[in-house]
Write a protein that binds this ligand. Sequence first.
Ligand SMILES: *Cc1c(COP(=O)(O)O)cnc(C)c1O
Length: 448
Amino acid sequence: MRLRSTSDKNNIATLKEAVLKGLADDGGLFVPLKIPKIKSNFIKNIHKYSFQRIAFEIAKTLLEKNIPENALKKIVNESINFDAPLIKLDKNIYTLELFHGPTLAFKDFGARFMSKLMTYFIKTSKQKLLILAATSGDTGSAVGNGFLNIKNTKVILLYPSGKVSKIQEQQLTTMNKNITALEINGTFDDCQRLVKEAFMNKEIKEKFAKNKILLSSANSINIARLIPQTFYYFYAYAQYLKLCKTHDTKLVFSVPSGNFGNLTAGLIAKKMGLPVKKFVASTNANDIFPKYLSNGKFNPKPSKKTISNAMDVGNPSNFARIQALYKNDIKKIREAIWSQSFSDQKTKKAIQEIYKNYNYIADPHGAVAYLGLKEYFKKHQGKNDIGIFLETAHPAKFLDIVEPILKKKIKIPPALLKCLKKKKTSIKLSKNFVDLKNALLQSFPTTP
Ligand SMILES: *Cc1c(COP(=O)(O)O)cnc(C)c1O
């Protein structure tokens, strides 16, 4: 697998470079130079394989010969060690539950795979690793968890003060050990900007280079986060085939989108040969992408606060990748993706509707995806279309939102209960870059 920067197609990197850097030096994002096809025989027989077997096959195909097979198998098996069941709700409507990992959100997939891959790459070079990540809620705990207790590794998480749920905050601020949570007096976009500034900062770069500290990112800008997210699109198809025994279907995936990493992974899966008719990019009031598809103009805006807060993104970072995958051709992007935005009020109604009709409790993000799927089907459903909306978080992570909507107590999984009892430890910081810079420069002991 070789990659290039979205800002400069002559800026080429190996997988190792791309994974360890996160962001390209020119500020662009890494995209694969070419996307290999999965063997058609494998797709035909995919329902016969386990999730881990599918994940390994996809990883092997994508990564080509970057990592010896045995090492890759170990990375896959250690990171993809929980299920992603496909649940049937209605004749043509399914949900893919992506919240069975340790922090109960789909970001566990990306974070766990990335941490294992990074650890593999730095093992030989005796470097220290400092991971810097902005989080709108779920990224932070997933990334922290992925790197928890790994030697010579520190993780610094930035989250917007007062803008994540209580449970998310507990998850972020109770890992401790090699994980530090910085509570930023600003928005998620401020956190993302601070991270970007840190990567561009010369003083940090030079000092860290001298001290063999590798600064890397763990946001969905890191290509290592996207790779494992392609696995479950294939696995969803495998489960569908097993249930329905027909290859004669057209898949429609509705993806609740913020930074569009999850959706971009789906696009890569499609390019590898997964039979997808359409992706629905479902967003909350942060409607930059649906606006772009309708009028051709990409206009980033400050993010708006909603009840699906992990999608409160005003400048989706993977937009550049989507453009690169389709050579900036909006016609092709429109062929692949349909998009719509939904208000909080509609989302609340959807949570009620899903519960009433299917006795299923959706979290606010999954509910937005459900709305997108329904709306797409209302307008464009074909005879053999099968809709799958992605459930990206366990509803218990959003108790304060879901319980009053359903007027019902939600059962909290044991791992979450334990975390809620722990004491919060965070460091409050302004949104001025100089404060973050000082915190970073003190993270590991350094010589000048
Ligand atoms: C991060 C997140 C999303 C958005 O995913 P992107 O890849 O950023 O589009 C959706 N739902 C949940 C629960 C999330 O944590």
